[in-house]
Ligand binder design. Sequence first.
Ligand code: UDP
Length: 238
Amino acid sequence: MEQRELAYEGKAKKMFATDDPATMLVEYKNSLTAFNAQKKDSLEGKGELNNRISARLFTFLAEEGIPNHFIKILDDTHQLVRRVRILPVEVVVRNITTGTLCKRLGVPEGVTLERPLVEFYLKDDELGDPLITEDHATLFGWANEEQIAKIKHIATSVNAILGRFFDKKGIILVDFKLEFGIDSAGDLLLADEISPDTCRFWDKETKKKLDKDRFRKDLGDVLGAYREIWSRISGEGI
Ligand code: UDP
């Protein structure tokens, strides 16, 4: 499998074409951004940790019946995935109130929700990823009604599966963001990454934040938190 030209470079990953049009190679970068890239840094080892964490979680989700784009890990910072056309909607599932939900709506922080809250955002950096409704998505053609229904169903299943998984590791899954794509057969697939960059994780006992909030809020030891997530889910260090 030969790596070809850079197809896309995002804030945390590079995507390369391969000699197989059905696959892409993902390189996990060390760069870390927050607040729509207004805050930036680079942390040696972050790419490797997110590559391993994401690979492990995608593998586990596939075993649990959630189809996704992950094929295999290639080395420390690269993984092979199925090529999909990413839909321009980001899906956020929340179990506990925090982050932009509290800022936007003035609701108190740290409240456990009666049931998971599913939100849609338009994937558009220039607009700062605005919150949208299902009607916006379908009317403007960002996703059709069937896709939206499937996405909601998969997102809540992922929440239940990962919530139980992390609970057993002494971690609360507070909220997370998912992206979906369409493959060449027209099937909807979970894609992108699932890592401490895209999820909020709190230690069950101490409530210590073990995710990108350590970077957003200058709490220190960002890499230590990512390492902690990797060691709890794998039983291995890096
Ligand atoms: N999230 C993400 N990418 C985004 C926006 C949010 O991965 O562009 C994740 C974020 O890490 C958190 C959840 O989605 O786990 C909810 O984030 P929130 O809306 O509170 O926004 P943020 O605080 O990330 O700006």
